[in-house]
Design a protein around this ligand. Structure first.
Ligand code: PHB
Length: 389
């Protein structure tokens, strides 16, 4: 009788073990929904983010939080008018576990709204819109990149220290342009300078001629700008062609010269910008990342590739803590908030409102590289105004 009980228990154990095993193998794939631009002025930025993210996943053997990763992708065209429909394709049609996107601040705000309402995990791998980690912040929304305020503010401090007094700003009229200029102005005016004129044109227009004529007539000490992607290439070339590069120093948030130098050529040479990445950071993590990226894609990485890679790292940290459960937002958030993320940009932490707290570097274009000049602002934290969670 006793012997039989023992035998039965062993059989029961075997059944339990087999069930557990089957369960482990049957962990469904982790569905990652990329919502990124594949067309338009930011198309190459979307590709770099996608590349960076996939590189991280490949380094983990194709699994995150114990689950094999599969991808679905939507081209958001950097069009805010289509953003709600696009993000709902991922949430409602594709039933993704996590959304990774996007580049454009206006599109990202619509994504944050949908993510907040549905509770779906969202990691923003670029768009710096203040609202995403401000009034719209939520336990399930994270950013692996920056806030628009951060590089603007850091560059404003540097421009004031250089002794400039009168500066004209020029940018696209939308959240990213407005908020970058606002950050710049805040620091520059605190440092004793004045923004004498704020010029803008609608996104993604590149008809800069009339505005360049106005800059020439205003004769400021310097110009500060936010442009990115294809628009940044054209602006830098037009600024030089108008003869302004020789007479009026041009500063920018570093997107002006990131991922763009092949196309800008000598017209970008010497430009000084502020950003949370530079091409020759003296750390092994970055050197290894750059080698792996170049080997995999036959391309040099840029800030967007780093942000995509770090979106992967943040997802990994969160899902390893929840054993792959993308619905356990509390467990996920707790792990990411406590982490020091080992980024190619240098280690960073995540603020209470889920934005990176990070060093902003001063860089100078030399040939095809944004060469590190120094740290413009150490461990700069976005104020996260209006975030309650
Ligand atoms: C944005 O819209 O937030 C944005 C776009 C491109 C950049 C940076 C920020 O390079």
């Amino acid at each position: 009788m006793q012997k039989r009980t023992v035998l039965l228990s062993a059989a029961a154990l075997a059944v339990i073990a087999a069930t557990t095993n089957t369960w482990a193998q049957a962990q469904p794939k982790l569905k990652v929904g990329f919502m990124l631009p594949a067309t338009g002025t930011f198309a190459s930025l979307g590709t770099a983010i996608d590349n960076g993210f996939r590189l991280y996943v490949a380094e983990q053997g194709g699994k995150i939080g114990g689950r094999e990763v599969e991808y679905v992708r939507v081209d958001d065209e950097s069009d805010p008018a289509k953003a709600t429909d696009n993000v709902n394709k991922l949430i409602k049609r594709d039933n993704v576990d996590v959304i990774v996107g996007t580049v454009h601040s206006g599109v990202a705000m619509a994504m944050a709204k949908a993510a907040k309402e549905s509770g779906t995990l969202l990691i923003v791998p670029n768009a710096g819109a203040a609202a995403v980690t401000g009034p719209m912040c939520a336990p399930n929304i994270f950013r692996s990149s920056f806030s628009n305020w951060q590089p603007g503010y850091a560059m404003g401090e540097v421009a004031a220290k250089k002794g400039h007094k009168k500066i004209v700003t020029i940018t696209w009229k939308y959240a990213a342009g407005d908020e970058t200029v606002k950050g710049f102005k805040e620091a520059f005016e605190k440092g004793g300078g004045t923004v004498v004129k704020e010029l803008s044109l609608p996104f993604p227009n590149v008809e800069f001629q009339a505005l360049l004529t106005e800059i020439a007539a205003t004769k400021p000490d310097a110009v500060f700008t936010f442009f990115a992607g294809g628009g940044a290439v054209k602006f830098v070339k037009d600024y030089a062609a108008a003869g302004l590069k020789k007479s009026i120093p041009l500063y920018g948030s570093g997107f002006l010269t990131d991922g763009t130098l092949e196309a800008q050529g000598a017209d970008a040479d010497g430009l000084i910008t502020a950003l949370h990445y530079a091409d020759n950071l003296p750390n092994k993590r970055d050197q290894n990342f750059r080698l792996a990226y170049a080997k995999t894609y036959k391309l040099q990485p840029d800030v967007y590739a780093v942000q995509g890679y770090d979106a992967g790292q943040m997802l990994g940290i969160g899902l390893n803590a929840t054993k792959g459960d993308a619905k356990n937002i509390q467990g996920f958030a707790q792990a990411v908030r406590a982490a020091k993320i080992d980024s190619p940009r240098g280690p960073f932490t995540i603020s209470k409102s889920h934005n990176p707290v990070q060093d902003i570097y001063l860089r100078k274009v030399v040939g095809k590289e944004n060469v590190l000049e120094g740290i413009a602002s150490k461990a700069l934290a976005d104020p996260g105004l209006g975030c309650k969670m």
